[in-house]
Design a protein around this ligand. Structure first.
Ligand code: NA7
Length: 532
């Protein structure tokens, strides 16, 4: 067995959460190492380099809040940041705080085993390195493990096949090529208009149509930025709790779609449509809980799709029949308009499924499509995929894979019973993907920092979620989720995109009460945790 380097803390992943976690652990004076699979930092923003990749949260909110000088100094050129801009920003943060020396790149964690005799985690990597740490923090991301569908004949294709989350760093020139894109989630919807402009021909293979709304990207408004920077801390605080860490600082209208007449309803929806982005889904306060309000909103978007897409048959194929906002909302820049181009064809693979990838293209139940290049925009094994890829074993050799065989269970989305001193940043059971990830990440990193600091000060060896607290938390998450329309369709929040994955609602709706709960737990001496 390789001898292990002794550390206080091992953090897995050098994305937004791993970087901030390292910064915080260093401030506590703890010896810390971040282990990162990629050749460089950035996590999501390191890997997702497909054409058109861009964050769908406004730049003024999608940035760290912990460094006042940084947030005052940094300038974003547009409303939404592009993938390269975010990567530049994260590299700047790493340089500014000298984070790199404690990050091991190109190193994949293979296993993490808890040793009960020493109360330490032994972390081993694919390259044979070993670390022994008191605390193990999984900063592996919610949407980081790509979903590569098993399609017969994939290996026979004569051209390249790229997943959006594993796109070549040097980029891909689609000029002169017949391209095929499988998948129409956020990644597909962002990539499709850009690829359509370059490629000779583009075929989009759609399993589910999307309720996409216009992003309305535009240059940064200097007046708005000046106003925010005059009191950035206040803006962050309002964002965090008053607007519920939603995906936009523009709050939802506090009115039901059913409380207003038809003309007023249309006026509000049109106003929100023109605002663009996530504020659209805040047109009314009950879109995700009231089926009738949801239908009114969906009907509005349905009419928009019909108005944009010239061919009625194509418009029909592009119009979803499920609850709007049930799958994670998608923002676009000219997505529906792309289907008016003569070089773009839409194929409904729900009606005629893909049977095989052949050497020259894709064969469905109805047709064979000749292609030179295929893009898999097929998403991720979200929330649990990256965690379960690692062989994590807690007390008595208990495997996390077994513990979560019927779906993830934990307390506060932070800790799993039987896995002492192991923390998951934005784990399932926490608001995570239903919020602005930046806000959720900072809240978790700060909670974990305070917890570790408390333990170090009081010389506690272990913290572990009690079985009772965990059971109550799992029941709570299910109860909250079941009161929403997020359980009414086949979304990845419930694992529907991965064959065989347990159908469990994974994120926790509603950020402010969650933060209150986390704070109350601390105020009550880490209620629900066993400290030893
Ligand atoms: P998503 O949102 O999971 O979208 C993946 C798309 O790929 C979606 O349209 C899926 O259809 C489709 N898909 C998945 N598996 C298959 C197979 N096997 N065959 C055909 N089509 C398939 O991932 P994205 O990368 O677009 O976005 C992920 C997140 O990144 C997003 O939510 C934002 O947070 C940013 P389905 O809808 O499952 O029928």
């Amino acid at each position: 067995m390789a001898s292990a380097e002794n550390l206080d803390v091992v953090i897995v992943g050098a994305g937004i959460s791993g970087m901030y976690m390292l910064y915080r652990m260093r401030k506590l004076g703890l010896s810390t190492r971040v282990i990162e699979m990629g050749a460089d930092l950035g996590g999501t923003w390191y890997w997702n380099r497909y054409p058109g990749a861009r964050c769908d949260t406004d730049t003024i909110e999608y940035s760290y809040s912990f460094d006042e000088d940084l947030q005052q100094e940094w300038e974003w050129p547009e409303r939404y940041p592009t993938q390269p801009e975010i990567l530049t920003y994260l590299n700047h943060v790493a340089d500014r705080h000298d984070l790199r020396p404690d990050i091991m790149f190109s190193t994949r964690v293979e296993a993490a085993v808890f040793d009960e005799a020493s109360n330490r985690w032994r972390v081993t990597t694919a390259g044979g390195a070993a670390f022994s740490a008191r605390f193990l923090i999984m900063a592996t991301g919610c949407i980081s493990e790509p979903n590569i569908p098993e399609i017969a004949g994939m290996e026979t294709f004569e051209g390249p096949i790229h997943h959006t989350a594993r796109f070549p760093h040097e980029g891909v020139d689609f000029s002169g090529l017949r391209a095929g894109v499988i998948g129409t989630g956020s990644s597909g919807v962002q990539a499709i208009p850009v690829i359509a402009e370059q490629a000779t021909h583009l075929t989009v293979f759609q399993r589910s149509p999307q309720w996409s709304v216009p992003a309305h990207n535009r240059p940064t408004d200097p007046d708005l930025v000046a106003e925010i920077k005059a009191d950035y801390a206040g803006f962050r605080a309002r964002n965090r709790l008053e607007s519920g860490a939603q995906l936009s600082h523009i709050p939802a209208n506090d009115v039901s779609a059913l409380e207003v007449g038809e003309a007023e309803r249309q006026r509000i929806l049109e106003e929100r449509w023109q605002l663009g982005g996530f504020p659209f889904f805040g047109a009314f306060n009950d879109i995700v809980i009231n089926p009738e309000s949801n239908k009114a909103t969906a009907d509005f978007v349905r009419a928009k799709i019909r108005a944009i897409v010239k061919d009625p048959a194509v418009a029909e194929m592009l119009t979803p029949d499920y609850t709007i906002h049930c799958k994670r909302p998608v923002l676009d820049s000219g997505y529906f308009e792309t289907y008016n181009r003569s070089n773009v064809r839409l194929v409904d693979i729900n009606a005629a499924p893909i049977q095989a990838i052949t050497p020259r293209g894709i064969r469905t139940a109805e047709n064979e499509y000749a292609l030179d290049i295929i893009v898999l925009a097929t998403g991720f094994d979200a929330m649990t995929g990256a965690l379960l890829k690692i062989d994590i074993r807690g007390r008595d050799g208990l495997k996390l894979r077994d513990k979560w065989a019927d779906g993830p269970v934990n307390y506060l989305g932070l800790q799993v019973t039987g896995f002492p001193n192991l923390f998951t940043i934005t784990g399932p059971g926490s608001p995570s993907v239903l919020t602005n990830m930046m806000v959720a990440i900072e809240q978790h990193v700060e909670w974990v920092t305070d917890c570790i600091s408390y333990m170090v000060e009081r010389e506690h060896a272990c913290i572990e979620a009690s079985a009772e607290a965990q059971a109550a938390w799992v029941a709570h998450v299910n109860e909250v989720a079941s009161g929403t329309l997020w359980v009414s369709c086949h979304n990845w929040y419930q694992g529907y995109n991965i064959p065989g994955k347990p159908r469990v609602f994974m994120p926790l709706p509603n950020f402010p009460p969650y933060v209150e709960k986390c704070e109350a737990v601390v105020a009550n001496g880490y209620e629900g945790f066993v400290l030893s």
